[in-house]
Design a protein around this ligand. Structure first.
Ligand code: 6PG
Length: 249
């Protein structure tokens, strides 16, 4: 596991560079690459930066998915797809068929089943065993994607996508769609983007658990342990419990 502590004003560019370098590495050995985008607010600046640097990637060979989605229409301000449209998708030359949106406007349970089928079809069609890169955020409660503390979804091993009722903070209090831990942990690269002092307590817990003591019950974000993939954390100085230094575990 690697953690990089980056000044807040440089994090978006560092994240965009990391995405580009990771995908270029993957495309050197395979025809296509797949990215699962994170939602929330943290990735916005990174996606805007990636859009500005998008000429460095061949988007015809890249497929974009989502790690989770709120069950709202795709043009809703709380939609993770809507956020990605506004910051990235509208500015890159990616074929429409390479954008695999979770259908938040449909019945959550059927949308989860449909997205799982889409993933299974994609990954059984010669596009590798799992995502090349999954981007994740960290909630103040330690959730990641839409896997929340105490959720039964954390125990699921046989499904790739689930519908998650969500009726307590953090907002928005809407049903969500989320990929599950087996999918996350099968990725070649998993990268967290974490900003702000509000996350530092949880981040400290997770880093401690990764390196020293275990915490019960484990936080969802602690359960992200790629089976054979690479785990990275790109965090700003406010979020890093150790302050402005860089470290690798
Ligand atoms: C979502 C995200 C969620 C997010 C964290 C952090 O749909 O909300 O997928 O997991 O990454 O809640 O959110 P912020 O980046 O807004 O702090």
């Amino acid at each position: 596991m690697q953690i990089k502590v980056i000044p807040r004003h440089l994090l978006a560019q560092a994240a965009a560079e990391h995405i580009i370098e990771t995908i270029q590495t993957r495309l050197a050995h395979q025809s296509n690459a797949s990215i699962a985008l994170a939602g929330g607010s943290t990735p916005k600046a990174a996606y805007q930066q990636l859009a500005q640097m998008s000429g460095r990637l061949d988007w015809r060979r890249i497929h974009l998915f989502w790690g989770d989605e709120r069950c709202v229409p795709p043009d809703h301000p709380e939609s993770n797809y809507h956020m990605a449209r506004q910051t990235l998708l509208d500015f890159i030359a990616i074929p429409p068929e390479n954008v695999h949106r979770m259908r938040g406007e449909e019945d959550p349970f059927s949308a989860a089943g449909a997205y799982e089928a889409e993933l299974r079809t994609f990954f059984s069609g010669g596009n590798g065993r799992g995502f090349d890169l999954i981007l994740l955020g960290l909630g103040e409660d330690g959730h990641t994607a839409s896997l929340f503390p105490g959720s039964p979804a954390l125990q699921i091993q046989d499904r790739w996508v689930v519908a998650v009722e969500h009726n307590q903070p953090p907002p928005p209090l809407v049903t969500r769609l989320s990929i599950t831990l087996p999918v996350i942990n099968a990725a070649a690269y998993v990268t967290y983007l974490v900003l702000g002092a509000a996350k530092s307590g949880r981040l400290a817990q997770i880093l401690a658990a990764a390196g020293m003591t275990s915490i019960e019950p484990p936080l969802p974000a602690q359960l992200v342990r790629p089976t054979s993939g690479n785990l990275s954390w790109l965090v700003d100085e406010d979020a890093y419990p150790g302050g402005a230094s860089s470290a690798s575990e």
